[in-house]
Write a protein that binds this ligand. Structure first.
Ligand code: SF4
Ligand code: SF4
Length: 225
Protein backbone atom coordinates (compact mmCIF):
# COMPACT_ATOMS: atom_id res chain seq x y z
CA UNK A 1 0.00 0.00 0.00
CA UNK A 2 1.28 3.47 -0.86
CA UNK A 3 1.71 6.36 1.57
CA UNK A 4 -1.60 7.93 0.53
CA UNK A 5 -3.46 4.76 1.47
CA UNK A 6 -1.81 4.60 4.90
CA UNK A 7 -2.62 8.28 5.54
CA UNK A 8 -6.23 7.76 4.46
CA UNK A 9 -6.62 4.81 6.85
CA UNK A 10 -4.94 6.78 9.64
CA UNK A 11 -7.36 9.69 9.09
CA UNK A 12 -10.34 7.36 9.01
CA UNK A 13 -9.30 5.66 12.26
CA UNK A 14 -8.20 8.73 14.22
CA UNK A 15 -10.74 11.39 13.23
CA UNK A 16 -13.38 9.12 11.68
CA UNK A 17 -13.39 11.09 8.45
CA UNK A 18 -12.65 9.97 4.93
CA UNK A 19 -9.62 11.43 3.21
CA UNK A 20 -11.19 13.39 0.36
CA UNK A 21 -8.58 15.97 -0.57
CA UNK A 22 -5.19 15.11 -2.04
CA UNK A 23 -2.18 17.02 -3.26
CA UNK A 24 -0.84 15.97 -6.63
CA UNK A 25 1.95 17.34 -8.77
CA UNK A 26 1.50 18.25 -12.41
CA UNK A 27 4.55 18.74 -14.58
CA UNK A 28 6.21 17.90 -17.86
CA UNK A 29 6.92 19.78 -21.06
CA UNK A 30 3.25 20.11 -21.97
CA UNK A 31 2.04 22.13 -18.95
CA UNK A 32 1.82 25.89 -18.67
CA UNK A 33 3.70 25.89 -15.38
CA UNK A 34 4.59 22.90 -13.17
CA UNK A 35 2.70 23.07 -9.89
CA UNK A 36 1.00 21.20 -7.07
CA UNK A 37 -2.77 20.98 -6.95
CA UNK A 38 -4.96 20.38 -3.92
CA UNK A 39 -7.74 18.37 -5.35
CA UNK A 40 -10.55 15.97 -4.47
CA UNK A 41 -10.48 12.33 -5.43
CA UNK A 42 -12.69 11.87 -8.48
CA UNK A 43 -12.05 15.42 -9.77
CA UNK A 44 -12.53 15.38 -13.57
CA UNK A 45 -9.22 14.91 -15.31
CA UNK A 46 -10.41 16.86 -18.31
CA UNK A 47 -10.87 19.99 -16.17
CA UNK A 48 -7.28 19.73 -14.93
CA UNK A 49 -6.04 19.25 -18.47
CA UNK A 50 -8.08 22.18 -19.82
CA UNK A 51 -6.64 24.45 -17.16
CA UNK A 52 -3.02 23.31 -17.06
CA UNK A 53 -2.09 21.87 -20.42
CA UNK A 54 -1.34 24.14 -23.36
CA UNK A 55 -1.03 21.49 -26.05
CA UNK A 56 -4.14 19.66 -27.26
CA UNK A 57 -2.01 16.81 -28.57
CA UNK A 58 -0.44 16.20 -25.17
CA UNK A 59 0.04 12.74 -23.76
CA UNK A 60 -1.05 12.43 -20.13
CA UNK A 61 0.84 10.03 -17.89
CA UNK A 62 -0.33 9.05 -14.44
CA UNK A 63 2.81 9.15 -12.30
CA UNK A 64 6.38 9.82 -13.34
CA UNK A 65 7.85 9.56 -16.80
CA UNK A 66 9.71 6.32 -16.13
CA UNK A 67 7.22 4.50 -13.97
CA UNK A 68 3.83 6.00 -14.81
CA UNK A 69 1.07 4.66 -17.01
CA UNK A 70 -0.60 6.38 -19.91
CA UNK A 71 -4.04 7.83 -19.19
CA UNK A 72 -6.72 6.95 -21.69
CA UNK A 73 -10.30 8.13 -22.18
CA UNK A 74 -11.67 5.52 -19.78
CA UNK A 75 -10.10 7.34 -16.80
CA UNK A 76 -12.52 10.19 -16.18
CA UNK A 77 -11.56 11.32 -12.70
CA UNK A 78 -8.56 11.44 -10.44
CA UNK A 79 -8.19 8.13 -8.64
CA UNK A 80 -7.02 7.62 -5.08
CA UNK A 81 -3.65 6.18 -6.08
CA UNK A 82 -2.62 9.03 -8.40
CA UNK A 83 0.33 11.00 -7.02
CA UNK A 84 0.91 13.23 -9.99
CA UNK A 85 0.43 13.81 -13.69
CA UNK A 86 3.18 14.18 -16.28
CA UNK A 87 2.24 15.89 -19.51
CA UNK A 88 4.23 15.38 -22.68
CA UNK A 89 3.71 17.25 -25.93
CA UNK A 90 3.27 14.96 -28.88
CA UNK A 91 4.47 15.92 -32.31
CA UNK A 92 1.99 14.38 -34.70
CA UNK A 93 3.20 16.16 -37.84
CA UNK A 94 5.99 14.37 -39.65
CA UNK A 95 8.13 16.03 -42.23
CA UNK A 96 7.77 14.35 -45.60
CA UNK A 97 11.01 12.42 -46.33
CA UNK A 98 12.61 14.20 -43.38
CA UNK A 99 15.28 11.53 -42.99
CA UNK A 100 16.88 12.39 -46.33
CA UNK A 101 17.38 16.06 -45.47
CA UNK A 102 20.95 16.37 -44.09
CA UNK A 103 20.05 19.39 -41.98
CA UNK A 104 22.45 21.64 -40.12
CA UNK A 105 19.97 21.90 -37.25
CA UNK A 106 19.57 18.15 -36.62
CA UNK A 107 21.33 16.27 -33.90
CA UNK A 108 22.92 12.97 -34.70
CA UNK A 109 25.48 10.65 -33.18
CA UNK A 110 26.04 8.74 -36.36
CA UNK A 111 27.35 11.59 -38.50
CA UNK A 112 24.55 11.32 -41.04
CA UNK A 113 23.54 14.99 -40.80
CA UNK A 114 25.64 18.06 -41.57
CA UNK A 115 25.14 19.20 -37.99
CA UNK A 116 27.50 16.45 -36.76
CA UNK A 117 30.37 18.60 -38.12
CA UNK A 118 29.65 21.20 -35.47
CA UNK A 119 30.65 18.88 -32.59
CA UNK A 120 28.95 21.04 -30.00
CA UNK A 121 26.13 18.83 -28.70
CA UNK A 122 25.78 18.87 -24.97
CA UNK A 123 24.32 15.36 -24.91
CA UNK A 124 26.59 12.35 -24.85
CA UNK A 125 25.67 8.92 -26.17
CA UNK A 126 25.99 6.57 -23.22
CA UNK A 127 23.92 4.36 -20.97
CA UNK A 128 22.17 7.32 -19.30
CA UNK A 129 19.90 9.67 -21.21
CA UNK A 130 22.49 12.43 -20.98
CA UNK A 131 25.50 10.28 -20.23
CA UNK A 132 25.41 11.20 -16.56
CA UNK A 133 24.72 9.19 -13.44
CA UNK A 134 21.07 9.40 -12.52
CA UNK A 135 19.71 9.94 -9.03
CA UNK A 136 17.36 7.69 -7.14
CA UNK A 137 13.79 8.73 -7.93
CA UNK A 138 12.34 6.91 -4.90
CA UNK A 139 10.10 4.70 -7.01
CA UNK A 140 10.44 1.90 -4.44
CA UNK A 141 10.82 -0.79 -7.10
CA UNK A 142 14.04 -2.09 -5.53
CA UNK A 143 12.35 -2.52 -2.15
CA UNK A 144 9.40 -4.32 -3.73
CA UNK A 145 11.59 -6.96 -5.42
CA UNK A 146 14.22 -7.42 -2.72
CA UNK A 147 13.90 -11.01 -1.40
CA UNK A 148 15.86 -10.07 1.73
CA UNK A 149 13.21 -7.56 2.84
CA UNK A 150 15.67 -4.67 3.19
CA UNK A 151 15.47 -1.19 1.69
CA UNK A 152 18.07 -0.95 -1.09
CA UNK A 153 17.26 2.71 -1.88
CA UNK A 154 17.80 3.75 1.74
CA UNK A 155 21.06 1.82 2.01
CA UNK A 156 22.18 3.33 -1.30
CA UNK A 157 21.56 6.83 0.06
CA UNK A 158 23.50 6.06 3.24
CA UNK A 159 26.43 4.68 1.27
CA UNK A 160 26.28 7.62 -1.13
CA UNK A 161 26.73 9.90 1.90
CA UNK A 162 29.53 7.71 3.34
CA UNK A 163 27.32 6.72 6.27
CA UNK A 164 28.66 3.18 6.51
CA UNK A 165 27.46 2.57 10.06
CA UNK A 166 23.87 3.56 9.18
CA UNK A 167 23.99 1.28 6.14
CA UNK A 168 25.18 -1.57 8.36
CA UNK A 169 22.38 -0.88 10.85
CA UNK A 170 19.88 -1.04 7.95
CA UNK A 171 20.83 -4.72 7.66
CA UNK A 172 22.97 -4.58 4.57
CA UNK A 173 24.33 -7.92 5.81
CA UNK A 174 21.03 -9.58 4.80
CA UNK A 175 21.61 -8.78 1.11
CA UNK A 176 22.00 -12.04 -0.81
CA UNK A 177 23.50 -10.25 -3.83
CA UNK A 178 20.83 -11.43 -6.24
CA UNK A 179 21.00 -8.19 -8.24
CA UNK A 180 17.23 -7.82 -8.65
CA UNK A 181 17.36 -4.28 -7.29
CA UNK A 182 19.88 -3.19 -9.93
CA UNK A 183 17.80 -4.90 -12.61
CA UNK A 184 14.56 -3.08 -11.84
CA UNK A 185 16.07 0.30 -10.97
CA UNK A 186 14.84 2.78 -13.63
CA UNK A 187 17.77 5.06 -12.78
CA UNK A 188 20.10 2.14 -13.49
CA UNK A 189 21.95 2.63 -10.22
CA UNK A 190 24.47 -0.16 -9.69
CA UNK A 191 22.99 -1.08 -6.32
CA UNK A 192 24.27 -4.63 -6.12
CA UNK A 193 27.90 -3.79 -6.84
CA UNK A 194 27.70 -0.91 -4.39
CA UNK A 195 26.37 -3.30 -1.73
CA UNK A 196 28.94 -6.01 -2.45
CA UNK A 197 31.73 -3.46 -2.10
CA UNK A 198 30.24 -2.00 1.09
CA UNK A 199 29.74 -5.44 2.63
CA UNK A 200 33.39 -6.25 1.98
CA UNK A 201 34.44 -2.97 3.57
CA UNK A 202 32.25 -3.49 6.63
CA UNK A 203 33.45 -7.11 7.06
CA UNK A 204 37.08 -5.93 6.87
CA UNK A 205 36.50 -3.20 9.43
CA UNK A 206 34.73 -5.62 11.79
CA UNK A 207 37.58 -8.11 11.43
CA UNK A 208 40.12 -5.41 12.27
CA UNK A 209 38.10 -4.40 15.35
CA UNK A 210 37.87 -8.08 16.39
CA UNK A 211 41.63 -8.55 16.05
CA UNK A 212 42.35 -5.38 18.02
CA UNK A 213 40.00 -6.56 20.77
CA UNK A 214 41.62 -10.00 20.81
CA UNK A 215 45.09 -8.44 21.07
CA UNK A 216 43.88 -6.21 23.90
CA UNK A 217 42.44 -9.19 25.81
CA UNK A 218 45.66 -11.18 25.34
CA UNK A 219 47.70 -8.23 26.62
CA UNK A 220 45.47 -7.99 29.72
CA UNK A 221 45.86 -11.74 30.39
CA UNK A 222 49.67 -11.53 30.05
CA UNK A 223 49.78 -8.63 32.49
CA UNK A 224 47.68 -10.59 35.00
CA UNK A 225 49.97 -13.64 34.95
S1 SF4 B 1 20.99 -7.55 -4.40
FE1 SF4 B 1 20.59 -7.45 -2.19
S2 SF4 B 1 19.49 -5.53 -1.86
FE2 SF4 B 1 19.37 -6.02 -4.08
S3 SF4 B 1 17.44 -7.16 -4.30
FE3 SF4 B 1 19.04 -8.68 -4.01
S4 SF4 B 1 19.07 -9.07 -1.77
FE4 SF4 B 1 17.93 -7.15 -2.11
S1 SF4 C 1 17.31 2.88 -6.06
FE1 SF4 C 1 16.37 2.73 -8.13
S2 SF4 C 1 14.70 1.22 -7.88
FE2 SF4 C 1 15.30 1.88 -5.82
S3 SF4 C 1 13.90 3.56 -5.31
FE3 SF4 C 1 15.76 4.50 -6.20
S4 SF4 C 1 15.32 4.71 -8.40
FE4 SF4 C 1 13.79 3.26 -7.57
Amino acid sequence: MRTEGVLAIDRALTVSKPCLVRIISIGGLGVNSPSHLKIMTGYPLQSIIDRQVFSHTAKVIKGGLLTGTSVDDSMKGLDTECRGLTILSEHKDREFLGFVRPGWDRKSYSGCYLSSLRKDFRERYSTAVRGELRPCISCNFCEEVCPAGIMPHLIHKYLYSDLIEEADQSRLDLCVECGLCSFVCPSKIELKSQFVEAKGLIAKEKEEIRKEEQARQEAIQENNQ
